[in-house]
Write a protein that binds this ligand. Structure first.
Ligand code: ZN
Length: 206
């Protein structure tokens, strides 16, 4: 593989205006002429929507609904949809009845309930982390299972600690002692999530 071409100019699929894409990490572009949001592909631009309004995929979860996770009651307050190489995933912002916030990520029927944390010690740059290696995230030692690049495709409802629409993020997924960890690198810093996997049947939606 040679070096990827950095800057390139494509035509807006909605109005044909010229759109210059400067970074190879860019995966969404908003047309300055007509407001069309498009996904950047090797083959060109793929229009999504004029706004961040989200298409509903088959999910039991929805903003405003209530449910339980292993008998713990929650309300769904918001949703962020992310795009990555293999498709999209949703992260639902939940409030438990005791007021505790949590995020529930949903990717093709796989659920992880996690909370976002601040890092308490430095972690390596994303580029230096490799799948199959380990990363120290005090006090955890994460075994790295996946890394990739994604972007924020849209959002609704109320949310916490969320990159803005179109933000490119780089993530590292891993495990530590049966728990699930994720590092997310954005222009504004690095966040860390710690959570646990759940089965479809663990979650009941009213
Ligand atoms: Zn346009």
């Amino acid at each position: 593989m040679g070096d990827p071409v950095e800057a390139r100019t494509l035509s807006c699929p909605s109005c044909a205006g010229p759109l210059t894409i400067a970074s190879r990490f860019t995966s969404l572009v908003v047309c300055p002429y007509c407001g069309q949001t498009s996904v950047v592909r090797d083959t060109g631009l793929d229009p999504t929507a004029k706004t961040a309004k989200l298409t509903d995929y088959a999910s039991r979860l929805r903003v405003g609904r209530n449910g339980t996770i292993r008998d713990r009651a929650f309300s769904v307050l918001g949703r962020v949809r992310y795009r990555y190489e293999d498709g999209v995933w949703d992260e639902w912002f939940l409030r438990f009845d005791d007021g505790q916030p949590a995020w529930l990520s949903e990717d093709e029927g796989e659920y992880v309930l996690y909370s976002k944390r601040r890092l308490t010690s430095p972690v390596p740059p994303w580029e230096q982390i490799r799948v199959g290696g380990t990363v120290e995230i005090t006090p955890h030692r994460m075994f790295v299972t996946e890394k990739g690049v994604g972007s924020v495709l849209g959002a609704e409802g109320e949310l916490s600690m969320t990159p803005s629409l179109g933000t490119t993020l780089r993530y590292v997924d891993g495990t530590a002692a049966g728990r699930i960890l994720v590092l997310v690198y954005t222009d504004t810093g690095i966040t860390f999530g710690l959570g646990d996997p759940y089965d479809f049947h663990d979650i009941v939606v009213a």
